[in-house]
Write a protein that binds this ligand. Structure first.
Ligand SMILES: Nc1ncnc2c1ncn2[C@@H]1O[C@H](COP(=O)(O)OP(=O)(O)OP(=O)(O)O)[C@@H](O)[C@H]1O
Ligand SMILES: [Zn+2]
Length: 558
């Protein structure tokens, strides 16, 4: 995690963001990857702004569903959790997720934090013991209201019957916080995002909040309730506190005070809409009870769907991210889902759409533009820039257009409109291509003299545009952006030192030598399409029949 470069005397507040802590009942799928990719793009953008970022992700490992999954695999719950949690960590690596902390709720330090928090809430008088009877969805790990269920008491999300359960449990007095929650939701209108989800939350709260059970008598795989070893703490009460435990530094004494002093409250909880109630109703009430600050924002994004149903582990209708990564590489996967799904709404996957979008945007608009320009520069200018980009551009409309589009992209990133941010960056690419086509530097070079000088200025202008695209798209496509930067003659260290300020026009300097032109993004060949030859496939993509190959780019074609 990099420190902010701001004034040393002012301790800048870190930007702390979290993904859900994923339930390890089954390995990760494209839905879990989606939340994490989105969080990663936001974390990378905030780092570009120079903020100190603490990006938290991890796994939620207790509860009945885990114990059942472990038994089905013939292993202990701990062994099962180790395997699945490891699978998440490996997938995050393959997806270039730049997390700062991976928290596992089976970590002993987390148990200490949960117990201390529970005791605080208990001392506040917000925990009591009672009998409860209700319909329980084990896949949601939640008691349900009969009126929210489908026919025969089926859970609308998991399409499985909820079972009648009766237990003597500890309860949290959620109802006590009804008024305070209503006040917060009214006063802090951006607490729940996007805005339309706030109405959903307001609806739940206004309908009346019921106390909820925070222990289980029948579940052994969990954190024991302090002073009652016969019960374990309800998995949600335990899991939400993972966001706090994650802030503990290595080897630090696991106390709430230590954890909270390292970045609480969280700036952003990024979650799927399925767990909005836990984050926007239960969690703030729990925090108020314990006297802790509330997170600044909870953003509930939509679902990746298959045939209109949420893709999920319990339904088993998931898309395998490893397959997509193997075939298309991490930049393509990250770009497609962040560009295609308007952040906040649901979105459907289709392979055809995936290939069309990724080829059109990454291979053609960006990759081809860079490659054509470098080809011309090699042929006519020995791959060396003859002008500074600042002096080459002077008062051309493209420069102003790029400036406006970069600013649009920044605002979209700030507002978590990630898809719109991608769109603005791609418009820069379109503007660069248009400039190339209108100026036709390949024919200017042929004319020689002043025309050739104008052509070499044009190449600098286009490469400056590509440089800006590389930075502005780097939260979405970090490895592609690095490849673009390397093609422009920069080192890894120079790329890593880039900030959002470097999107200002004027970075490229006369005399800078470009690398040997190589396609930065391999066009994806469709099934059955004849394979064209080319160079190295993108990172993460192993050579095999359907792996995309870099496009053979005709040199200096208009
Ligand atoms: N189809 C999906 N689309 C978008 N995000 C998803 C999807 N499925 C899971 N997620 C992300 O994972 C979080 C839930 O994590 P969890 O580990 O419970 O996965 P799950 O597959 O939804 O499980 P289940 O199917 O058992 O309910 C969601 O809040 C969301 O952030
Ligand atoms: Zn359910």
């Amino acid at each position: 995690m990099s420190e902010s470069s701001g004034s040393a005397s002012v301790k800048a507040e870190p930007f702390v963001l979290t993904t859900p802590l994923y339930y390890v009942n089954a390995p990760p799928h494209m839905g879990s990857a989606y939340s994490t990719i989105a969080a990663d793009a936001i974390a990378r953008f905030q780092r570009l702004l120079g903020k100190k970022v603490i990006f938290i992700t991890g796994t939620d490992e207790h509860g009945e569903k885990i114990a059942t999954a472990a038994a089905a695999h013939g292993c202990s719950p701990k062994e099962h959790c180790d395997t699945i949690s490891h699978a998440y960590q490996m997938l995050w690596k393959d997806l270039d997720i730049s997390y700062d902390k991976f928290i596992r709720t089976s970590d002993p330090v987390h148990e200490e934090i949960v117990k201390e928090f529970y005791s605080k809430v208990f001392s506040k008088g917000d925990i009591y013991c009672a009998d409860y009877e209700g319909l329980y969805c084990v896949n949601c790990e939640e008691y349900k209201d009969e009126k929210e269920l489908l026919e025969n008491n089926h859970c609308p999300m998991h399409l499985k019957p909820c079972l009648l359960r009766k237990e003597n449990n500890y309860f949290f007095s959620l109802s006590k916080y009804q008024k305070q929650l209503e006040d917060i939701l009214a006063a802090q209108s951006d607490f729940v995002q996007p805005p339309f989800r706030l109405n959903e939350v307001l609806g739940w709260v206004k309908n009346g909040l019921r106390d909820f059970s925070i222990s289980r008598a029948s579940v052994e795989w969990g954190i024991p309730v302090p002073n009652d070893n016969k019960q374990t703490i309800y998995v949600w009460f335990d899991a939400l506190l993972g966001y706090v435990s994650a802030l503990l530094k290595e080897g630090e004494e696991p106390t709430l005070q230590n954890a909270l002093s390292s970045g609480w409250p969280v700036s952003l909880h990024l979650i799927g809409k399925d767990i909005l109630r836990f984050h926007a109703v239960y969690w703030p009430a729990m925090l108020m009870s314990a006297g802790l600050d509330l997170p600044k924002m909870v953003f509930g994004h939509g679902f990746l769907t298959k045939d209109g149903m949420k893709m999920g582990k319990s339904l088993g209708n998931t898309l395998e991210p490893k397959d997509l990564l193997f075939e298309f590489g991490s930049d393509a996967v990250r770009y497609f889902f962040l560009r295609e799904v308007e952040f906040g709404n649901d979105g459907d996957y289709s392979e055809e759409r995936f290939i069309n979008i990724v080829n059109a945007h990454l291979a053609n608009t960006i990759g081809n533009l860079l490659n054509r320009t470098l080809g011309l520069l090699k042929k006519n200018c020995e791959s060396t820039l003859g002008f500074d980009s600042a002096s080459a551009a002077q008062e051309i409309p493209l420069k102003h257009n790029v400036k406006e589009l970069v600013e649009k992209a920044r605002i979209h990133y700030e507002n978590l409109s990630i898809s719109s941010a991608c769109e603005s960056v791609m418009e820069i690419g379109n503007a660069g291509n248009l400039y190339m086509d209108e100026h036709a530097p390949w024919s200017l070079f042929k004319q020689g003299g002043a025309s050739a000088e104008a052509a070499s200025k044009d190449l600098v202008i286009i490469l400056e545009t590509v440089r800006i695209i590389a930075i502005a798209l780097s939260p979405i496509t970090p490895t592609l952006s690095f490849r673009m930067y390397s093609q422009l003659g920069y080192s890894r260290a120079q790329f890593e030192a880039v900030t959002w300020d470097d999107t200002r026009w004027g970075g490229l300097k006369a005399g800078q030598v470009m690398a040997e032109p190589k396609p930065v993004f391999a066009r994806i060949e469709r099934k059955g399409e004849e394979k064209k030859d080319g160079g190295v496939p993108p990172k993460g993509v192993k050579e095999r029949k359907r792996a995309p190959q870099p496009q053979r780019v005709a040199e200096a074609q208009p």
